[in-house]
Design a protein around this ligand. Structure first.
Ligand code: PRX
Length: 653
């Protein structure tokens, strides 16, 4: 913890909401105070009221929070509802002809789906799933490009109570296979291919390769025809989406789903090699998705919302597939790279589709900022009213650019702190209410008992002292467990403070105004472009290469990605001359890309005879981080078993 505790206190700017945004805000300061008050005095009752008013129930709940088996919490457990019905059917009467998804492909092709269209597509596909024997509780893996059909597939699963697990289309076949096998998926939904950066990514081939490596549980692979690339169809297993829906009725009764039934699993990295299947509930998850869309994005009927996240990440679940749909707003979806054909693509999309609320990640903001102001300045971005960011702390320079150049100093920036595990925003400003400080996610939302505590679990009251970010009370959209591994759930998220507080794995500080500043991770996790990667996962991938005996990876600051990966490798054979071998470095980088996906590729690799270890054999990552950043190795090295190795790692011997 100690190395996290120092914080650089440079940011002093405060941006008060303008009179206009304050006046327009859905939630005013007085409302917010009342919400905090209610949540404080009756935590469960606060959420129960919202669950009744915001969700449509097939059977009302009478139990609110069941904490009898903590930390396995249950919310609204005797209620029944259907997420797909909440997201689609309930809009049909008033908003049936309103666009739900306005889609644009990289090559400029467009498609608009109204809520009625979405209803039809989802029902057809839900029926196709059923026809192939997919039932309530079965797992279905979705491995698709960022196209509306990915959302339809998720919604169709939700409609029949199948538990979906989206695997990011950029992940490799090996990563896909591990996830299919971990959840024992009965079916996989994919596309022939998707387009990104002018190239077709053969998604179906990824599925074939994954299954060829052994996925015994998969009996059906649905293939949506998107890119038109050639694919192999395996008889008896593979079926084209359009053929599967051809004879299906366009109505599918939404199943009655118990509130605690898992809605989806989403695999995320932890500090060990094996990804964790984060299990989300049905009702609690949807509740936080809906209320945060209203509180944080202030979504209204005439908004056009655009969250740029892929549905392979949690952001694309909560703020593409579910939250905005449940709120009945129009949203933009884009398949492709942000800089094709040039750095103006995102801003033209924003202009052309009249986007009012825009949500993206700091890594994208930095990448676009580097391309200069001309692109955004040549677009009319005047419809924008709220900007959001997520995934990592945003550096004040990028924040200011976003605020001034994109938002015209008019749009509040909601810097939303949350995680795959939390399901929805936890700490965030409310637009028009919360004064903003660049780089701070400001304050916890009502009903979210976030705090910063010391090693003993005591709240840190002194300003700017770093500590553990914890959540002290359960909240509806919290993860329920790790799929198939409840012990790991307990060990990972409730290991300290007598198991009373949820441990987020981030360190944070609160300033004198009670604003939260996220300082970094406390575990061995690297945040690359706003996505968590476990260092162990990358290490396991490296060690799987025939020439590698041992590997250690650390995060290094990266101008665009936030953090990049730097790897130290011990070869089975001799260390290359001078500690470097360009050809092998390239090969290993490609290798990791193949094993996990391009996102996990190391920036650089250094070879050593050994790694710095304590006498008990633990790798001293603190030292490796210093070496990777070209810094002097600081701090205590007396526990090192092999001190001479530091010189070698620094390239001095
Ligand atoms: O370290 C925090 C960082 O991203 C982690 C969660 O990663 P993931 O589960 O992949 O979800 C990303 C999208 C929700 C957190 O533990 N993080 C996320 N949002 C912020 C952030 N760090 C600082 N500020 C944020 N707004």
């Amino acid at each position: 913890m100690s190395e996290n505790i120092e914080s650089v206190l440079t940011e002093k700017r405060v941006f008060e909401p303008s009179e206009e945004t304050a006046r327009a805000a859905r939630i005013k300061q007085a409302d917010l105070d009342a919400m905090y008050g209610k949540a404080e005095s009756d935590h469960a009752g606060f959420w129960a009221d919202l669950a009744r008013s915001e969700l449509h129930w097939q059977k009302a709940f009478s139990e609110v929070l069941d904490d009898s088996e903590a930390p396995f919490f249950r919310w609204f457990a005797d209620g029944e509802l259907n997420v797909s019905e909440n997201c689609i059917d309930r809009h049909l009467e008033d908003r049936g002809d309103k666009p739900a998804i306005v889609f644009e492909g990289e090559e400029g092709d467009t498609a608009t789906y109204t809520f009625r269209d979405v209803h039809r597509e989802v029902c057809l596909f839900a029926n196709a799933l059923k026809a192939k024997g997919v039932e309530m509780g079965d797992r279905v893996v979705i491995y698709m490009p960022m196209i509306p059909q990915a959302v339809f597939a998720m919604q169709a699963c939700a409609r029949i109570g199948a538990i979906h697990s989206v695997v990011f289309g950029g992940f490799s076949a090996d990563a896909l296979r591990d996830r299919i096998n971990d959840c024992e998926a009965k079916a996989v939904i994919t596309a022939d291919g998707g387009t990104r950066g002018g190239k077709v990514q053969p998604t179906k081939k990824g599925v074939d390769d994954a299954i060829a490596g052994g996925c015994k549980t998969v009996s059906t692979v649905f293939v949506y025809q998107r890119a038109g690339n050639e694919v192999n169809m395996t008889d008896g297993r593979d079926v084209w989406w359009h053929e599967a829906v051809a004879d299906q009725p366009a109505e599918c009764e939404p199943a009655r789903i118990p509130a605690e039934h898992p809605l989806y699993l989403l695999y995320t990295s932890g500090s060990t090699g094996k990804p964790k299947g984060i299990q989300h509930s049905t009702a609690g998850y949807l509740l936080n998705a809906v209320v945060t869309c209203k509180w944080v994005f202030d979504l209204r009927d005439d908004d056009v919302f655009w969250c740029t996240a892929d549905v392979g990440w949690v952001t694309g679940h909560t703020y593409v597939a579910f939250g905005p749909m449940a709120c009945g707003v129009t949203q933009v979806m884009y398949e492709g790279a942000p800089t094709i054909p040039d750095g103006g693509r995102i801003w033209r999309l924003t202009q052309n589709h009249g986007v009012t609320v825009f949500y993206t990640a700091p890594t994208a903001i930095r990448a676009l900022m580097k391309l200069g102001d001309d692109f955004p300045n040549s677009c009319d971005l005047s419809k924008l009213r709220i900007l959001g960011t997520v995934g990592e702390p945003i550096n004040p320079e990028a924040w200011m650019w976003y605020y001034q150049v994109i938002g015209g100093e008019r749009c509040p920036i909601v810097d939303t702190w949350w995680q795959t595990e939390t399901g929805a925003h936890m700490i965030s400003p409310l637009p028009g209410v919360t004064p903003l400080k660049p780089g701070s996610c400001t304050r916890p939302l009502p009903g979210i008992a976030a705090d910063v505590v010391d090693e003993e679990g005591h709240s840190i009251t002194e300003p700017d002292q770093g500590g553990y970010l914890v959540i002290k009370k359960p909240w509806p959209s919290m993860l329920r467990t790790i799929w198939g591994d409840p012990q790991r759930y307990k060990d990972t998220y409730w290991p300290k403070f007598d198991g009373k507080y949820y441990l987020a794995g981030d360190s944070a500080r609160k300033d004198a105004d009670g604003y939260f500043w996220i300082m970094g991770r406390i575990d061995d996790v690297v945040n690359v472009s706003g996505h968590r990667l476990g260092t162990m996962e990358v290490e396991s991938a490296l060690v799987a290469h025939e020439q590698v005996a041992e590997a250690a990876v650390v995060g290094i600051p990266h101008e665009v990605k936030g953090e990049g990966i730097f790897a130290f490798v011990v070869l089975k054979g001799e260390r290359p001359e001078g500690g470097y071998d360009e050809k092998l470095v390239k090969e290993l980088i490609q290798w990791v890309g193949k094993q996990i996906g391009p996102i996990a590729k190391p920036e650089d690799i250094r070879f050593a005879d050994n790694l710095p270890k304590t006498r008990s054999g633990k790798i001293m990552r603190r030292l490796l981080r210093n070496v990777a950043q070209g810094k002097e190795v600081e701090g205590d090295t007396s526990t090192l078993e092999n001190p001479a190795i530091i010189e070698q790692l620094q390239g001095r011997s």
